[in-house]
Design a protein around this ligand. Sequence first.
Ligand code: URA
Length: 230
Amino acid sequence: MTRLDKYLSDNANLTRKTAKHALHRSDVTVDGVIVKKGDVKISTQEVRLNGEQIFVLGTIYIMLHKPVDYVCSTVDDDGVSVLQLIDEPWSKKLHIAGRLDKDTTGLVLLTDDGQWSHKITSPNNHCEKEYIVTLEEPLTQDLIEMFANGIELNNELKPTKPATLTILSEFSASLVISEGKYHQVKRMFAAVGNRVVGLHRQRIGGLILDDSLKEGQWTRLTESQLKTLV
Ligand code: URA
């Protein structure tokens, strides 16, 4: 049982205050009857706001295929946020679990579950991230060992944790890292005298970016996908 005002703020993207206003304006019905009091208890009744049924949302877990030029920030100061790609009334509840740079594409996870995103992003959990990297200069075999041993980055006290580099072609590679320092992949290649010209994240933990998702598209994660992550 939940209070009606809480039910509205949890599931209809309203604050407690705007939920109260909606109730006063007679915008809310419970089983077809206008209800103005926020303390009415809701269990299985049908709640409608301006005629639209409000369902219990539950916790939201989303996989998004980020295009270039969108930013992984919830404020719009630096450009258009990836949140704008999720045209749903509840999208304002979400936060991003592990950011990508504006010019990076690929897998971004969004949720309203703070504990879950902490597990994915906390360095202590060593959650793997796999990137497909395109480079300006040809790749050399010696990089495999250098990245496996860890390399020094500018302005960092400790070397990077062991990373797995798989060379795919002269100018492209897969790189698996288990930490998420600022601009880490670009800085790792800069440290060995190369330059990243294309970067795409295709996996976080055991979760691979769904190849049916085009850039800008998203989907809610299934139970079994959630289990592959943490
Ligand atoms: N490393 C980077 O340099 N950029 C990203 O967007 C992700 C990892």
